[in-house]
Write a protein that binds this ligand. Sequence first.
Ligand SMILES: NC(=O)c1ccc[n+]([C@@H]2O[C@H](COP(=O)([O-])OP(=O)(O)OC[C@H]3O[C@@H](n4cnc5c(N)ncnc54)[C@H](OP(=O)(O)O)[C@@H]3O)[C@@H](O)[C@H]2O)c1
Length: 324
Amino acid sequence: MSVGKAMSVPEEMSALRVHAFGELPRLDRVPVPEPGPEDVLVRIAAGVISHHDLTVAGGDFPLRPELPYVPGLEGAGYVVAAGGGVDLERIAVAMPVRIFGGGLGSARSGTWAEYVAVSARAASPVPEGLDLALAAACGSVAATAWAAVLDVGALQPGERVGVTGATGAVGSLAAQLAVLKGAGSVVAWTRSPERAGDFPAEVEIAAPDQALEPVDLLVDTVGGSGLPERLRSVRPGGRAVLVGYTAGTEVHLSIPHLLAGDVSVLPLNMMRRRLPKGLEAELVSDVAAGKLRLAVEVVAREHADAAVARLTSGAVSGRLVLAW
Ligand SMILES: NC(=O)c1ccc[n+]([C@@H]2O[C@H](COP(=O)([O-])OP(=O)(O)OC[C@H]3O[C@@H](n4cnc5c(N)ncnc54)[C@H](OP(=O)(O)O)[C@@H]3O)[C@@H](O)[C@H]2O)c1
């Protein structure tokens, strides 16, 4: 039972659905979902295509959705209806919202669709003036970058920080946050120096295998077989936060080298991490105010296949967002 519809909602909608794990999604016509008592129904403007979505669509996520399903963990749009149990003081009909989590794209239908029903707790107001594609794109990656640099990484003032995959969404925000939060110096290791034009002047751009003065804290977003070599770029007693694996999931570590290097290797798991209340909203406000920058590439839903292929091959600069 829903209340307060701001605009007429059609019976049917377009949605990209995965019909078999490991296959590309198909554009289907499906019924518009009905929000539950604690849910809002959101008309999606922008649905993020993330590495997490591709992991779920590949069948590699511990929670395998029932097929066919609509992917998309994150997005933004307008609330068009709200269930009877929703606190309308916080999330009102017609409000622009970001949506993230709440089982979207795995336990329940996600944001690669024109409409999504989502728990109101997974919706947050979009700061005034913030473009919906950027609003959809920035929340979780900014929170991940913050957790990597400041929470798990425990950055101390004046420390030297290194970031790999530095022009990626998490990498670029990690480098910017390190500067903003008092790092003494920041090195951005990237395969794509041509995409690094937006970094603050304090950030030193380097090729992935370029040896430099050791860092105190490494934020590694790429993983893969090059990780042991990269750990040597951290000073003895330093920390390496492992965030991602765009360069590969497997790594061979020599225990004697690990002990000799004396680097704390710290995995980051955002599914388990509890962030300070209001932190993500604060980071989104920093994006809206231009204090943090994130490259966003908007693609038409008809071009989702090509976009997925480009994200898989590492050819995307920043966050990919499907326009609905
Ligand atoms: N641990 C967590 O809880 C958590 C949370 C969020 C994301 N993640 C993970 O973090 C990683 C980064 O996410 P993202 O959203 O920042 O991705 P992204 O925007 O696609 O950035 C990844 C970057 O990695 C580099 N890269 C891509 N393919 C590569 C390859 N084959 N070899 C070496 N470098 C490669 C590229 O940077 P350059 O061109 O600059 O080198 C690329 O821009 C992903 O694996 C994602 O799943 C983990």
